[in-house]
Design a protein around this ligand. Structure first.
Ligand code: MCU
Length: 435
């Protein structure tokens, strides 16, 4: 407890330093951006037993494996992550099928065409592309839905915008037993996978096409994703389930997005879980068992943040609208940040709900600089600003109320290479040359 007090004091200090200087002040050694993976799911080979997880009103321990023991090394995170991923698919979002048998398509300066086929079924969708100025190949940010994301800042920072229409891949307004869109053309209108995961599958296929294009226009290793509101829920899930995504930026995602499920029933005015489940087939069909019993979930959204870790994550929230559950959002970020810290990547997560305009999906000046910094750090690799946790006093979470586990000190593992060269010491005294 003393240690966590000290840690929060350090965070407070860091935030204070930020506020005072207006620049990202690095206190201590910052962790560099972690490269995105070259594969969609690094832990695809990990065994995931069918063991159940005991119900708990607090957030499940992200570090406790299904066999009951806790991981002690960074290397063990790979297969613990695979367990987390599988539990999240089974109970929250539905299964995300692996890359289909055939994915083909094209990338041009103005559009991306995606054609998929599996077991005799074919589907296609496309997305328009807007390049930034300069010479490519460029990193790119997939923007869902076309509102709420600051596309001018994205392009000015040097990244392309891919305008993705998620509804072409997973439609809204359909009953759960007749889901529509490219995903369901392949996997069946009866698929129990919710449309957020269908949207995620669609972005993974866009990245497949960028990879296959040879990367002359867009870089396959520098993809970000963003969107606001229902498309913020989508951006969150997209980044969690494809490790090739280097930067995940959900905006005002609300219930069914970043906020912890367990916090929603007690957060006054927030969108109830039954509403997030019922309004649209966003979540998987299996989630119906948990809408009145989130304590029974074997995972919560802090662990989806853990699926994104140690890659770049920038969660933006609006504390002025109760429906958006920003207090539960801040609890997700506080608990998720513990996973980043354990992996040695505490500087790769930013949470920001301290904004003045109450309008949903407004254009916000407060997020411009952190957006630019996140793009520079995680996509362009030209910056190394440390992430910040900046929670509005309007909707402040309290991690201590939500966890009964402590953050382990994980040893070794591949997530943080050991520092090269001698450890920084005080510079040698300067000697005055003789006259
Ligand atoms: C925050 O996202 C949703 C919210 O979950 C819905 O209840 C509401 O109808 O729409 C929001 C949204 O997507 O607004 C654009």
């Amino acid at each position: 407890p003393g240690r966590s007090k000290l840690r929060s004091a350090v965070i407070t200090l860091a935030v204070a330093a930020l506020t005072v200087t207006g620049t990202v002040t690095v206190i201590g050694r910052t962790t560099p951006a972690h490269a995105a993976s070259t594969v969609e799911d690094e832990g695809a080979d990990c065994p995931v037993p069918n063991t159940s997880v005991p119900a708990s009103s607090r957030l499940p321990d992200p570090f406790r494996k299904l066999d009951g023991t806790r991981i002690t090394t960074k290397a063990e995170w790979r297969c613990r992550r695979a367990e987390t991923r599988e539990l999240a698919e089974r109970t929250v979002y539905g299964q995300k099928p692996a890359k289909p048998a055939t994915v083909s398509g094209t990338v041009s300066n103005t559009s991306i065409q995606v054609n998929v086929s599996d077991q005799g079924r074919n589907a296609s969708f496309s997305a328009s592309v807007q390049l930034p100025s300069g010479t490519g190949p460029f990193p790119a940010v997939v923007v869902l839905g076309g509102f709420g994301a600051d596309t001018a800042t994205i392009r000015n920072a040097g990244a392309a915008v891919i305008n993705y229409d998620p509804l072409a891949v997973g439609r809204e307004g359909t009953p759960r037993n007749n889901k529509q869109g490219a995903f369901y053309t392949l996997y069946g209108a009866n698929s129990s996978t919710g449309i957020l995961m269908a949207w995620a599958w669609g972005v993974s296929r866009i990245i497949d096409v960028i990879e296959q294009s040879g990367g002359t226009i867009l870089r396959p290793d520098a993809t970000g994703v963003t969107g606001c509101s229902r498309y913020g829920k989508g951006a969150f899930v997209i980044g969690a389930f494809d490790q090739r995504i280097a930067l995940t930026m959900p905006i005002e995602s609300g219930s069914g997005g970043a906020p912890i499920f367990r916090g929603i029933p007690g957060e006054s005015g927030s969108q109830p879980l039954s509403s997030a489940y019922g309004e649209q087939p966003w979540l998987g069909d299996a989630f119906s068992a948990y809408t009145s019993n989130p304590s029974g979930l074997p995972v919560d959204t802090h662990q989806m943040i853990g699926l994104v870790a140690p890659r770049g994550l920038f969660v933006m929230e609006n504390p002025h609208i109760d429906w958006l559950a920003a207090r539960s959002g801040s609890n997700a970020a506080l608990a998720g940040a513990e996973i980043y810290k354990a992996l040695g990547a505490g500087d790769n997560i930013t949470y920001w709900s301290d904004v003045s305009d109450g309008t949903h999906c407004a254009s916000r000046s407060e997020w411009r600089t952190p957006l630019q910094q996140n793009i520079q750090k995680h996509l362009l690799k030209t910056g190394n600003a440390a992430g910040t946790i900046r929670i509005s006093s309007r909707k402040q979470g309290n991690l201590a109320e939500w966890r009964d586990w402590q953050t382990p000190v994980l040893t070794d593992g591949p997530t943080t290479p050991p520092p090269t060269g001698p450890t920084p010491t005080t510079p040698p005294p300067t000697t005055t040359p003789p006259p």
